[in-house]
Ligand binder design. Structure first.
Ligand code: B1M
Length: 213
């Protein structure tokens, strides 16, 4: 990692929100590609935070301040990841499933979808299946996009698909899912319409689900 990306990486590990913001701004000022900054410094740092947590060197508070520092950097990066588009590609209801508070990946997916001219109805994190159902009934969206980061909350994706079926709205909507523990096989198993491993592939998938490519 070079001398521009490394301070961003280290500031996330230290939970230093100002350091991340300053580092991201410095990288942009130097003409760095925003996606490179995102992937090579910021997402890489969150992976390292996860590794340190697994090894017992970091605890929940450290994960939390790292996440806050990451969100601070994302706010600066956002306008650079979103390009101006004219026609709407469609509407997406997004949320992290019930019981799960991890929202950084979901927020990134929303940002990239916005950049591809999708309108986003962001339900936030820890979203009840009934809330997804209600949003499908009231927003006229074409896609439900669910995120989960915990193996223990992944089953709530299935519960949500079942709730959509029980409410009689499953046929009206495409369901896409993602998040670190989620797989293509799991998407098939629960009857989702698609899985994407990262935010840029989520855009390709969403476009294909609404017939745009
Ligand atoms: Co938590 N946490 N956490 N955590 N946390 C993980 C997920 C963990 C892997 C860490 C570890 O052990 N290595 C582990 C899960 C283990 C498991 O289930 N297999 C874990 C744990 C155990 C926990 C707690 C249970 C800890 C505890 O309390 N003892 C607890 C649970 C709380 C809860 O949710 N109920 C907990 C809490 C937290 C914080 C609140 C402190 C904080 C989250 C803050 C926040 O999000 N606002 C946090 C964090 C920061 C992490 C790690 C370190 C980083 C997650 C992250 O933001 N990554 C994480 C370790 C890791 O992921 N390696 C960890 C960056 C983000 C850009 O990546 O979210 O994967 P990601 O999103 C990617 C793709 O997955 C994909 O695109 C994104 C960008 O490319 N994607 C989609 C995501 N959603 C998608 C949807 C799509 C398509 C693609 O379509 C709809």
């Amino acid at each position: 990692m070079d001398g521009i990306l490394e301070p961003i990486f280290n500031s996330i590990l230290d939970g230093n929100q100002r350091g991340v913001a300053a580092g991201v701004q410095a990288a942009l000022d130097k003409g760095y590609d925003p996606e490179k900054v995102l992937k090579e410094a910021m997402i890489a740092a969150m992976q390292e935070v996860g590794r340190l947590f697994e090894e017992g060197e970091y605890f929940v508070p450290e994960m939390l301040v790292a996440a806050r520092a990451m969100q601070g950097g994302l706010a600066i990066l956002k306008p650079h990841l979103i390009q101006a588009n004219i026609a709407s590609s469609g509407k997406v209801i997004a949320g992290t499933v019930k019981g799960d508070l991890h929202d950084i990946g979901k927020n990134l997916v929303c940002m990239m979808l916005e950049g591809a001219a999708f309108e986003i109805v962001d339900l936030g994190s820890d979203v009840d299946p009934e809330k997804f159902v209600e949003a499908v009934k009231t927003t006229g969206a074409q896609i439900v996009a669910m995120s989960a980061l915990l193996t223990t909350t992944m089953p709530n994706m299935k519960v949500t698909v079942e709730a959509l079926k029980a409410a009689g709205v499953r046929e009206n909507i495409k369901v896409m899912i993602g998040g670190a523990p989620v797989t293509e096989a799991y998407a098939k198993e629960i009857g989702a319409d698609g899985y994407a491993p990262d935010a840029s592939k989520a855009v390709t998938l969403a476009k294909s689900l609404v017939g745009l490519n």
